[in-house]
Design a protein around this ligand. Structure first.
Ligand code: SAM
Ligand code: SF4
Length: 329
């Protein structure tokens, strides 16, 4: 069994964007009530008293949009200062990053993933559901600020949607040639916007690799990631290209992560809600930490079974009721 030492923590299920593939404008989303969000102190207690003792060492802050959570810089600082925490990363849409990059870095954050689905401001604004002022430039400035400040690796995430941004794959891939950036292409999943998924479909990573290989050549990267991405490189490029192929491949057997939602539910799998644990209620009702550690251990033991059931049931061709922003993608 894989060592499960990586926790994705959703700080908030709300977002300042409404990406077409994630939280479409017309979707009726129910948000977690303020009083049900884990408070900073509760989250830090869970990490210190439950997750670290059970063996978690690497943490990613995500959402919704984690940078709209008040106090996020202080939260990073507290997590980074905890003994045995080896790695803290953040996934963001980048809109608030230009102003926050330095503070986050100073607080101890070293790795950042920024969603950038298009280099074309009009396509980008359409994709993120902007009304009025364009947001592309501000996000680009956020990426440049993260680069200047020294985030390494700096990863750009692209969800490829046929007929929307699939024509930009080579332009996006070319960002890695002269910059030590890591562009990761993610297969579009039937989560969030089922209508768009049915109408447009998705592009297999193998097809993207074929296009890139034809243009520049493509080699497997010497630097292997520890996560779900297959990592390649344009020969001689400074950065890498990652392919996250959850639609065309099953990588359950490589999965090393669990997810904590913003209201404190621990989930062993993105796509399967079997075996969830309500840690917020447990914490608020005074549960014993040794008992919670044991419950998390039991969930870890269940994890391979949960994943393989997922694969065997073939649910990857089905659809899911939650959005990535609610699960903490
Ligand atoms: N707001 C942050 C961001 O956009 O990076 C963090 C949360 S977002 C839910 C995390 C990741 O999920 C993003 O890279 C986003 O592109 C991805 N995502 C959301 N909906 C998706 C879908 N239907 N298929 C594939 N990836 C999706
Ligand atoms: Fe917000 Fe990220 Fe979802 Fe876009 S992908 S709506 S930025 S949570």
């Amino acid at each position: 069994m894989n060592k499960i030492d990586y926790l994705r923590i959703s700080l908030i299920d709300r977002c300042n964007f409404r990406c077409l593939y994630c939280m479409p404008e017309d979707a009726e989303l129910s948000y977690i009530l303020q009083q049900n969000l884990l408070e900073d102190e509760e989250l830090l207690t869970l990490v210190r008293r439950v997750f670290i003792p059970v063996g978690f060492r690497r943490f990613r802050l995500t959402g919704g949009e984690p940078l709209i959570r008040p106090g996020v810089v202080e939260l990073v600082r507290s997590l980074a200062a905890m003994p045995l925490v080896e790695d803290i990363a953040l996934s963001t849409n980048g809109f608030l990053l230009a102003d926050m990059a330095q503070d986050l870095y100073d607080a101890g954050l070293r790795r950042v993933n920024i969603s950038l689905d298009s280099l074309n401001p009009d396509t980008y604004d359409m994709l993120i559901g902007t009304k009025g002022r364009s947001r592309w430039q501000q996000v680009w400035e956020g990426i440049l600020a993260a680069h200047r400040v020294g985030f390494d690796p700096l990863k750009l995430n692209v969800v490829v949607i046929p007929g929307v941004n699939d024509s930009e794959v080579l332009d996006l891939a070319s960002l890695t040639i002269e910059r030590k950036w890591h562009v990761r292409f993610i297969e579009f999943m039937p989560i969030g916007n089922h209508q768009l998924f049915e109408n447009s479909g998705w592009v297999p990573s193998a097809e993207l690799r074929r296009q890139i290989r034809e243009r520049w050549g493509l080699v497997e990267s010497a630097v292997k990631g520890s996560g779900p991405a297959d990592v390649f490189q344009i020969p001689g490029a400074m950065g890498t290209l990652g392919f996250i192929s959850q639609m065309s491949e099953c990588f359950c057997d490589r999965c090393n992560r669990m997810r904590l939602s913003a209201d404190g539910w621990l989930r062993p799998c993105l796509l399967n809600e079997t075996g969830q644990l309500d840690l917020k209620t447990a914490l608020r009702t005074g549960a014993d930490f040794a008992f919670l550690q044991e419950q998390v251990r039991q969930l870890i033991a269940l994890k391979p079974e949960v994943n393989y059931k997922q694969r065997d049931s073939g649910t990857l061709s089905g659809s899911y009721n939650r959005t990535m922003s609610q699960i903490g993608g």
